[in-house]
Design a protein around this ligand. Structure first.
Ligand code: NAD
Ligand code: UDP
Ligand code: UDP
Length: 343
């Protein structure tokens, strides 16, 4: 057990002593777990730009220092190499809990570690939130719906998930993380927020993590065929990362626990996505069909009416607008890789 009352008093004193940011708002201290990753680093950029202090906790499993390096030397930014599976003591106002490998290649690499991150990592961050009275936001996933029997998916749908499959470490892990968040909310009064994120893309995605958008974009740049798994008729809905970051912040600042679907309802088959990538990067790119992976959901599309109504949020950037925004970042990183190989 930890000295809750002393820590609470310290928090209050710190809050009272803080410099106002803008009109009517105190500067906050915010933890972003997984802040060196793809989504986390964009969130960190926006929180720093808003004027808050940000502490990133990351074990660099899939994250990179490059993603946050532009904040090094900024006194409002702090980076801690730490694994959320281990407890940690901090004093903050808000916790954005993102730490967890997100792409199938990464989360299947060590499935037991993925479960530990989702369960023990989330438990530790909720324990931290409880002790210091911080607001806690969990980034859950559309994968909690499994291979959905309801289309599009609403938050009221309980899902169709295989508990013993190769994806279970991730989707059952996130389902347990949601359960933990709700139990800390009901049992300990922690102010929690739950986001169910649908497929998101943008600059800083890992180059070779096997996700479809990063694969297609990297393949088109490298002049390789675009690998379409199965018949390519399965669908996904792709959200640009800046829209997601706006949604996460609206959720944290709002009054509602959720869960909220955060995604772009524009639905594409993988073949349609390949067409958009061709139009954007290289019209001469070819397609190569490959066998699909096990338990691959056939379709996925968010119903976002709840987030529209209660958070006043909806995505603004379409796939055709968003894709070009990640191309130069991918080109630069692929070029650097190639130069590295030549040395
Ligand atoms: P990412 O892999 O780029 O980022 C995850 C970050 O967490 C990395 O920086 C990684 O090093 C860190 N991390 C992993 N395990 C950790 C541990 N045990 N301790 C400390 N740090 C750890 O993935 P992302 O796409 O940025 O995803 C961020 C969050 O959003 C994840 O929780 C993911 O489940 C969720 N999400 C993402 C998507 C998407 O399409 N990108 C969709 C649904 C949900
Ligand atoms: N925890 C933490 N930092 C804190 C407070 C708690 O990492 O500031 C961890 C703690 O080590 C425990 C988990 O969060 O593993 C749950 O804490 P809680 O107090 O809810 O439960 P308990 O410690 O009684 O199991
Ligand atoms: N996919 C594909 N080619 C690739 C990578 C993935 O056709 O090179 C397909 C995959 O089978 C799935 C969809 O794209 O149907 C989305 O896969 P991703 O791993 O990006 O996300 P998730 O399955 O987690 O939604």
């Amino acid at each position: 057990t930890y000295p809750r009352s002393t820590a609470g008093m310290m928090m209050q004193q710190q809050r009272n002593g803080r410099i106002p940011v803008g009109i009517g708002r105190k500067r906050m201290r915010i933890v972003v777990t997984g802040g060196a990753g793809f989504v986390g680093s964009h969130l960190v950029d926006k929180l720093i730009a808003r004027g808050d202090d940000v502490i990133v906790i990351d074990n660099f499993f899939t994250g990179r220092k490059d993603n946050v390096m532009h904040h090094f030397g900024n006194p409002r930014f702090e980076m801690i190499r730490h694994d959320v599976v281990e407890p940690i003591l901090l004093e903050v106002d808000q916790i954005y809990h993102l730490a967890c490998p997100a792409s199938p290649v990464h989360y299947k690499y060590n499935p037991v570690k993925t479960i530990k991150t989702n369960v023990m990592g989330t438990l530790n961050m909720l324990g931290l939130a409880k002790r210091i009275g911080a607001k806690f936001l969990l980034t859950s996933t559309s994968e909690v719906y499994g291979d959905p029997l309801e289309h599009p998916q609403k938050e009221t749908y309980w899902g169709n998930v295989n508990p013993i499959g190769v994806r279970s470490c991730y989707d059952e892990g996130k389902r347990t993380a949601e359960t933990l968040a709700m139990d800390y909310h009901r049992g300990a009064g922690v102010e929690v927020r739950i986001a169910r994120i649908f497929n998101t893309y943008g600059p800083r995605m890992c180059l070779d993590d096997g996700r479809v958008v990063s694969n297609f974009v990297a393949q088109a740049i490298r002049k390789q065929p675009l690998t379409v798994y199965g018949d390519g008729k399965q669908t996904r809905s792709f959200q640009y990362v800046a829209d997601l970051v706006d949604g996460l912040m609206a959720l944290m600042e709002g009054e509602h626990v959720g869960p909220f679907n955060l995604g772009n309802p524009g639905e594409f088959t993988m073949l349609e996505l390949a067409e958009v990538v061709k139009e954007t990067i290289d019209p001469s790119a070819t397609i190569e069909y490959k066998e699909n992976t096990a338990d691959d959901p056939h379709k996925r599309k968010p119903d976002i009416s709840k987030a529209k109504d209660l958070l006043n949020w909806e995505p603004k950037i379409s796939l055709r607008e968003g894709l070009p925004r990640m191309v130069s970042d991918f080109q630069n990183r692929i070029l650097n890789e190639d130069e590295g190989k030549g040395q």
